[in-house]
Design a binder for this molecule. Structure first.
Ligand code: BGC
Length: 252
C-alpha cells in the first residue's frame, strides 16, 4: 500500500506538537517536535509558532491541526485556555497564511478521539465511546457506533457540588495549581466521571492527553461502571488524529 504522509499538529494551551504521520498505519514517522505555546496565546503569536513548527519539519503539503476550541467551518467559537481574541477567528485561514500550506482544523480532543478509534483501543467499538483528554483543560470526544459527534465540551459541565465547571476542578492544571496528591486528584476526577456517567452512560471511557500516561497513579480511585482505560496512542493521539482528519477532508 502506498504510504501517505501528512503533518499533524496538536495545538495545546501549553505546547504545540507536530509530527509527520503515516495515514495508513497511524504511526509517527519522526520524533515529534514541541514548541511552547506563547503566553498570551493570541492568534498572532500562535500563528507565528505554528508557522515555525511547519518550517522546522521542512514541510510543504497538507497540514492537519487539532485546536483547543469549538471549531465550526474553520472558525473558533470558544477560548477556555487560550486568548479570548480567538473567538470568531478563522483558524484555518490564520494558520494557512502563517505556514503557506493548506490546513484543516478540528477540535483537539475530537482529533485524539479519531486517532484512537481508528488505530487504538476504540477500533471496532460500537455503542457510546467517550474519550476524555486530560491536560491544561478537559477535552471530550464522543463516538456513537464509531461516528464522531463533534464539538462536545464535556469538560465544561457545571459541577453543582463544586460550583465550577469540571475542568477548573479536575484538569491537570487544577492538580498542579492546587498541589493535589494523585489520590486527591483521582477522587476528583472520579467525581467528574460519575457526573458524566449519570447523564451519558458510555460503554467505554478512554483517557488521552498528557495525564493519561500516569494512569497507574489514579486508576485505583476510579469507580464508575464503564471500563476506563488510558488510550493506546496516549499523548500522540492528537497529532495522529489531526493528520487523519486532514486526509479525510481531502478525500471529500
Ligand atoms: C476546551 C476544549 C478542548 C479542551 C482540551 C477545553 O478547555 O474548551 O475545546 O478540547 O480544553 O484542550
Amino acid at each position: 500500500m502506498q504510504e501517505r504522509k501528512i503533518l499533524g499538529i496538536d495545538v495545546g494551551a501549553s505546547g504545540i506538537k507536530g509530527g509527520v504521520v503515516d495515514i495508513n498505519s497511524g504511526q509517527l514517522l519522526n520524533e515529534r517536535i514541541r514548541l511552547e505555546t506563547p503566553d498570551p496565546a493570541t492568534p498572532k503569536a500562535m500563528a507565528e509558532t505554528f508557522g515555525e513548527l511547519v518550517r522546522r519539519h521542512n514541510w510543504s503539503g497538507l497540514v492537519g491541526c487539532g485546536f483547543p476550541s469549538i471549531i465550526k467551518d474553520g472558525v473558533a467559537y470558544s477560548a477556555a485556555n487560550i486568548s479570548q481574541e480567538w473567538i470568531g477567528t478563522n483558524v484555518v485561514e490564520t494558520f494557512s497564511l502563517a505556514c503557506g500550506c493548506p490546513v484543516e482544523v478540528l477540535n483537539d480532543a475530537d482529533a485524539a478521539g479519531l486517532a484512537e478509534m481508528q488505530f487504538g483501543l476504540g477500533k471496532g467499538e460500537m455503542g457510546t465511546v467517550l474519550l476524555i483528554t486530560i491536560g491544561s483543560g478537559l477535552g471530550s470526544a464522543l463516538f456513537v457506533d464509531g461516528q464522531l459527534v463533534p464539538n462536545t465540551e464535556l469538560g465544561h459541565v457545571f459541577l453543582k457540588n463544586q460550583k465550577k465547571v469540571a475542568e477548573q476542578f479536575a484538569s491537570n492544571n487544577a492538580r498542579k495549581r492546587e498541589d493535589l496528591s494523585w489520590e486527591e486528584w483521582g477522587i476528583r476526577f472520579n467525581e467528574y466521571l460519575e457526573n458524566i456517567e449519570r447523564v451519558l452512560n458510555p460503554d467505554l471511557i478512554l483517557l488521552g492527553g498528557g495525564t493519561s500516561k500516569r494512569f497507574d497513579k489514579y486508576d485505583s480511585y476510579i469507580t464508575v461502571r464503564a471500563p476506563v482505560k488510558p488510550a493506546q496512542l496516549l499523548n500522540a493521539a492528537g497529532t495522529v488524529g489531526a493528520a487523519v482528519y486532514a486526509y479525510q477532508q481531502s478525500r471529500k
